[in-house]
Ligand binder design. Structure first.
Ligand SMILES: Nc1ncnc2c1ncn2[C@@H]1O[C@H](COP(=O)(O)OP(=O)(O)OP(=O)(O)O)[C@@H](O)[C@H]1O
Length: 321
């Protein structure tokens, strides 16, 4: 029996120093819950691939521990590894093998008995059933990527790692992949994905982990993160431009745009009082007439940039604009 632990993937105090002396993971803690989609976000070189390879037992950690489904990846490698499906970043395929054979072969690699019905299910789910008798080299790049996902799912893993699953994949196909990932979650598979398309994480993830310089900066529910760190901006277009903010509007966190045509008010959308009603009355009292109103909610991308680079960088960026 597998020892029961609540996070299906648990990483504690993980450090990886490569032989050249570079520390890619620095005493890192991380966990993934059963049946969630977790997006691992970080700038280039942050350590995402190193973390995934270490969890999968491909890269040897310098120190720390990794368990998958309660099994230690080093002490109990075969059992831990059989719970994992890994879709690597690079397209590594056997060009002359038929699609259905390469998928069936992957299942066999984990010592599982042949199960043509499972292979059929996976190929259909990934819209590859029509191509089952084609050699892999005859497929497009997007199809080859889906073959890699099919191979990773062939042995019915409980955790699927997708390292940049949609890099270089067109928008339509990317959305198709998102549907597949959601379906997998419905089936109880935990999906951990890395992506540079932050809108992908915003669209799909239940939780977000941000990694930078070999450390996890935070792991949080996406919705909570966006509520906590995001802010909303109200933009009021004035029918006539003004040269300066009327005194009655000063000190309320309102800014006047350079051309004098709009007022910009930042507020916390989750707060009980946003201050908007008072602002609008003050506007009327000051004799200002508005011609339009719009709001803007900060995106996960903006939150990510401020987390990784810090708020000072953000100010510099805004000042440069
Ligand atoms: N085999 C290796 N030997 C030495 N250094 C390595 C090795 N593999 C990775 N690194 C270094 O470790 C750091 C983390 O690399 P890693 O590939 O894990 O980053 P990543 O977050 O996946 O980046 P990307 O988003 O660019 O894929 C980088 O500075 C990289 O140069």
């Amino acid at each position: 029996m597998a020892p029961q632990t609540s996070p299906i993937v648990q990483v504690q105090g993980l450090t990886k120093t490569y032989s050249g002396g570079f520390t890619a993971l620095d005493n890192l803690d991380f966990d993934a819950r059963e049946g969630e989609i977790l997006a691992l976000l970080g700038p280039n070189g942050a350590g995402k691939t190193t973390l995934i390879s270490t969890i999968c037992g491909i890269t040897r950690p310098t120190s720390g521990s990794v368990t998958v489904g309660g099994y230690d990846i080093r002490r109990d490698f075969r059992r831990a590894r059989s719970m994992i499906g890994l879709v690597p970043q690079e397209l590594v395929v056997e060009p002359f093998t038929k699609v259905k054979d390469t998928v069936a072969f992957s299942r066999g690699m984990f010592g599982k008995a042949p199960d043509p019905a499972h292979v059929e299910k996976v190929l259909k789910q990934l819209s590859l059933w029509d191509k089952r008798d084609n050699q892999v080299r005859e497929l497009s790049g997007g199809m080859k990527r889906r073959v890699l996902i099919a191979k990773a799912l062939a042995h019915e893993p409980r955790v699927l790692f997708l390292d940049e699953p949609t890099a270089g994949v067109d928008v339509e196909l990317r959305k198709g992949m998102w549907d597949v990932v959601r379906e997998l979650r419905e089936q109880g598979v935990t999906v951990i994905l890395t992506t540079h398309y932050i809108e992908e994480a915003e669209e799909m993830a239940d939780r977000i982990s941000v990694i930078s310089a070999g450390r996890i900066l935070l792991t949080e529910d996406k919705a909570a993160l966006m509520r906590r760190m995001g802010h909303k901006e109200l933009r009021i277009e004035l029918s006539e431009p003004i040269a300066a903010l009327p005194p009655a509007l000063e000190g309320r966190g309102i800014e006047l745009s350079e051309d004098g045509h709009s007022l910009i008010y930042s507020y916390d959308s989750s707060a009980e009082r946003t201050g908007i009603t008072r602002l609008l009355s003050a506007l009327a009292e000051a004799g200002l007439v508005m011609s339009d109103l719009s709001t803007h909610q900060s995106s996960l991308e903006e939150i990510f940039v401020s987390l990784v680079h810090g708020p000072d960088d953000d100010n510099e960026r805004e000042a440069a604009q």
